[in-house]
Design a protein. Sequence first.
Length: 265
Amino acid sequence: MTDIDRPGEEKPVAVVTGAGRGIGAATARLLGGQGRHVIVNYRSDAASAAAVVSAIEAAGGTATAARADVCDPAQVDALIGGVLAAHGRIDALVCNANVLQPVRAGLADTTWPDLIDKVTAELAGAFFITQRVLTAMRAAGTGRIVYLSSMSAGWTGKQQIGHAVSKAAVNSFAQQVAAEAGRYGVTVNTVAPGAVRTEASAAFMPAGLDDYLAKHAVLGRMVEPDDVAAVIAMLLDERTAALTGALIPVDGGFDVLQGGPPRLP
């Protein structure tokens, strides 16, 4: 199915933004396999979102694809309103959408509009949908929210300023939401992957990164989308209901061997 038109169901409902590929797709497939009805949000690639829905249904789960630009408040209202009308509930929100590719440049080569555009896009992609979903979760007295950030928020390295600053802004936003949402029974956590090879990131990975990680990460390998999805699923589980306001690195132990914020090659 490609629209939010399935009658309401008793199973928990999870909204995953940017779920057509990469970490979002891996998360959607895992949550679907765990018995959640997954709303596979996408902005433009309907075919990829449909493929994720098909994979979930082939494995015995249920899902619907839902197009919306999460940076547009009107589209977010339509998305969340449609989910609530069809299902009557939203139990989990995973804010994963990669809303704007950063300009890979240092301070001297970064323009103010480029920096502001990236930070604004990251925050808009979290702000509007959080505001709308938290209203529903507050009424229900329960809910789980997970934001996708990046270890680059604390890294220094080549051409990182736009990406690092925008992800640091997401981390701060998540803390504020966690402080407000806890009284309503809603947990809010952030997952910060290290280097993960996805369709979106492959073009920006520096040459030799695999060898570099083999020498500088505890696991000796790059983190995969399924690794990140597993941590997200853990945070949505009722057994982790006492965990909120956390920033969890998923980087294969890269920072452990560095003794501090690492410098990428």
